[in-house]
Design a protein around this ligand. Structure first.
Ligand code: P6P
Length: 278
């Protein structure tokens, strides 16, 4: 699997340059879920696909930016679901964005996710690899990713990242979020899933939520490309990841672009969600 991690590192360096210097305008195309694609979305996807095509152990890839799967090597072992540049619309207001990768074996169900990787393009470029544990690397002056530390969540944190349009939250969700703030948690929400979840991991814990709402009753975030990879990271870092009732990694999408309500956090915060949603 190391050859996949190396391909992601190479992609990340090229995507960093595209973010810094390329056109952040919209293309004339739409992705599989109807979002108008930014030129950066398309360029990031092209960069990643080109690097993955060099890796013989990859059987197939599927991108959030494409409707269908792309077969690569008939005898390959791994399936990769990825979001090439999540939160890309934040680039033109100079906020952090990220790439997310789920490495699956057999199919794209949560139980068959074997590793996940994400990259944060922020003031610094950081890469996190989750296998049996969660390791963070940072890009240095020589364009090398240097190991920084292992990431572990505390049992209880201090940050609260409440996603979704608040006027469309269910009453029980609003009550839960309000009570978390009443307990002194700090609001940390940029609208970028990767930096928002990265911050909670690095600051020791808390809760990120993107619930079912009246406008997106199945949630907004995609299971294969976004939700499963971060669920894997949070569990391996000692926390939890649920859809309100179920463990997210116990779920199986019926369509590659299926979404799910999602809650990622330290164990005490996840228990709090279960008491409200369970
Ligand atoms: P909202 C970015 O578009 C994204 O897919 C995630 O990165 C982020 O967590 C979410 O949408 C933000 O959505 O509805 O809160 O703006």
């Amino acid at each position: 699997m190391n050859e996949i991690f190396e391909a992601i590192k190479t992609s990340a360096i090229r995507i960093k340059e595209a973010i810094e210097f390329d056109d952040t305008g919209y293309s004339k195309n739409q992705n599989a879920t109807g979002d108008t694609q930014l030129k950066l979305d398309i360029k990031s996807d092209i960069i990643i696909e080109a690097e993955f095509k060099k890796v013989d152990s990859i059987k197939e890839i599927i991108s959030e930016e494409k409707e269908d799967k792309t077969p690569l090597n008939k005898h390959g072992k791994w399936l990769i679901g990825y979001d090439p540049l999540d939160g890309s619309s934040l680039v033109d207001v100079n906020l952090s964005v990220g790439s997310i990768f789920g490495i699956y074996e057999g199919d794209y169900s949560g139980k068959n996710l074997k590793a996940s990787v994400y990259v944060v393009y922020g003031p610094r470029v950081e890469l996190v690899i989750a296998t049996d544990c969660v390791k963070m690397y940072r890009l240095n002056k020589q364009n090398e990713f240097v190991f920084i530390k292992e990431i572990k969540l505390n049992e209880k944190g201090k940050l609260n990242a409440p996603g979704g349009t608040q006027k469309n939250w269910e009453a029980k969700h609003k009550e839960m979020i309000d009570s978390i703030f009443k307990d002194g948690y700090r609001l940390r929400y940029s609208g970028g899933m990767v930096p928002d979840l990265h911050q909670i991991l690095l600051k020791g814990g808390g809760l990120f939520s993107y619930p079912a709402t009246s406008d997106v009753p199945k949630g907004k975030l995609r299971m294969i490309f976004e939700v499963f990879p971060f669920a894997f990271v949070y569990e391996k870092a000692g926390g939890g990841a649920i859809d309100g009732k179920n463990r997210l990694l116990d779920l199986t999408p019926s369509h590659p672009h299926d979404t799910s309500p999602c809650f990622f956090g330290s164990n005490q915060e996840i228990e709090r969600v279960k008491r409200v949603y369970g």
